[in-house]
Design a protein around this ligand. Structure first.
Ligand code: ADP
Length: 477
């Protein structure tokens, strides 16, 4: 599509701190990798802005002075073909470790500046002072590392509209108020109406207050974050902006997560030939040292090992789950305590419980394909991706009825939801799943229903495109 000459096309700068396959720590990375190409397919000129965490090749477009840092703006493309702008500043971004944390799991001490620069760059490219010919109609910000962009944009001449998407309200980017000066913001911005959050400076609050529109990653979560229970202290701000807040459930990359073409699993299969799935179960058992038993149900789980993800509910229910009987395969990394408790559990049940620590894309695919049932007992879940992957892989999810899990799982049709985030409720739902599994006809029907459900980005991309258009026309009106 030749976007350059078509003035009716909406131009969107998609700003993110991570983007698959270049950098990914969670769902936001998947979204940044998959939504922009889906948008381009329907005629939105979406381009991505990202820090250069590695030495990535690119053509230099400009040298910028951002918050006292010299930053090279590079132009490149994502593997999907989406145009990519990279901020090259080795001093800030090129480090051994993750995008937010050291290899030891500590936040980088200069995160305020690192993501202040990212936000500042986004605002610059969204305003009249941009060094680029290409000017976006909308700057689409994602989570706290980009949330100061709408704050900066307020002071840019002839600025683009801004959209702030919350992928997880629990991560807010809170810093000592003394960072204000380094961020190049006036003292007056540090007020309860704007950046101040209980004595600290909040990136996310700035974005929620200043952006023209707000979205979050599922309709149910959009409602939940306006309540005290799940509002993480920002529910008041969100209630005030409820007219500008909507929920759009994420899609998944159906080319990467496709049991019929997945090169990372032992045997491909589809809804018409689910039987071959058992070869993946066998491969998974072998890979993790679980007993080679075709009959015993294999429960799988992949994700961050944190309180949010409800891993402690699995730990509390583990003895009862094993006694069902069932095997358990967990892949994840996260809190030390949970990692240790899982290791102890695996040691107690050799051949029945297996735990793999770390981030392992390939094993994640094999668990989705090889498990019989997928566990997702999250206490809260903005959208969640794994439950969609698992449905697509014919592995019905057992999940807590919260956030995006409610919006993407049909209880009794494609999976099982339980009401309270308690180990007993989780166990009850697993029992329900295993009871259905004993009826092969109905189990197959559930697997098929999940495998054939449309989880692609086509529909969510259309909804984002509508929103961009509304914002773009409001801007020029
Ligand atoms: P969140 O973004 O809250 O961590 P999501 O379910 O939205 O949770 O997305 C998590 C993504 O990260 C999924 O693609 C999941 O497969 C992947 N993931 C999480 N932990 C691991 C891990 N240890 N190894 C491989 N992939 C993982």
């Amino acid at each position: 599509m030749d976007f350059e000459k078509d003035l009716t096309v909406t131009r969107v700068l998609f700003v993110a701190p991570e983007c698959a396959p270049l950098t990914k720590t969670g769902g936001l990375g998947d979204v940044a990798g998959a939504l922009p190409p889906a948008l381009r397919e329907i005629g939105v000129d979406a381009r991505v802005l990202l820090p250069a965490y590695g030495a990535l090749p690119g053509r230099e477009l400009a040298t910028l002075d951002l918050l006292g840092k010299k930053v090279r703006l590079l132009e490149s493309n994502l593997p999907s073909g989406v145009p990519l702008y990279l901020l090259d500043c080795p001093d800030l971004y090129r480090r051994n470790g993750g995008p937010y944390q050291t290899a030891q799991g500590e936040d980088w001490p200069d995160n305020a500046l690192r993501f202040g620069v990212l936000s500042r760059a986004a605002a610059l490219l969204g305003g009249a002072a941009s060094p680029l010919d290409w000017r976006p109609d909308v700057v689409h910000c994602n989570d706290w590392p980009t949330a100061l962009a709408p704050v900066y944009l307020e002071r840019e001449p002839d600025a683009a509209a801004s959209l702030m998407t919350v992928h997880n309200l629990a991560f807010q980017g809170l810093f000592e108020p003394s960072v204000l000066r380094a961020l190049g913001l006036p003292q007056s911005d540090y007020s309860v109406e704007k950046l101040e959050f209980y004595g600290r400076l909040s990136f996310l609050k700035g974005g929620l207050v200043c952006a023209d529109a707000l979205t979050t990653v599922s309709p149910t979560y959009a409602g939940e974050i306006q309540s005290e229970a799940l509002g993480c202290g920002l529910d008041g701000v969100l209630r005030e902006r409820h007219a500008d807040l909507s929920g759009i459930a994420n899609g998944i990359d159906t080319t990467v997560w496709d049991p019929a073409g997945d090169a990372l699993i032992a045997r491909n299969y589809d809804a018409a030939a689910i039987d071959a799935k058992r070869i993946n179960k066998r491969a998974l058992q072998e890979r993790l040292g679980l007993a080679a038993d075709e009959e015993v149900p294999l429960l799988g789980m992949v994700g961050r090992l944190t309180h949010q993800k409800g891993i402690d509910l699995v730990l509390a229910a583990a003895d009862a789950l094993v006694a069902l009987p069932a095997q358990l395969a967990v892949l994840g990394k996260g809190d030390r305590d949970h990692e240790h408790a899982l290791a102890a559990l695996a040691a107690r049940y050799p051949g029945t419980v297996a735990v793999a620590n770390g981030f392992n894309e390939e094993l994640a695919h094999l668990i989705e394909a090889g498990a019989d049932v997928f566990l997702m007992p999250s206490r809260f879940e903005p959208c969640g991706l794994n439950q969609m992957y698992s449905q697509r892989y014919g592995t019905p999810p057992v999940a807590h009825a919260t956030g995006g899990l409610i919006d993407t799982i049909s209880d009794g049709e494609t999976g099982f939801l339980f009401d309270r985030p308690e180990s007993g409720a989780l166990l009850g739902a697993v029992r329900r799943a295993l009871a259905l599994r004993r009826d092969p006809g109905r189990w197959r029907a559930m697997q098929r229903a999940g495998m054939t459900r449309d989880f692609s980005w086509a529909e969510p991309a259309r909804r984002y495109a509508d929103l961009y258009l509304r914002l773009a026309t409001r801007q020029t009106a």
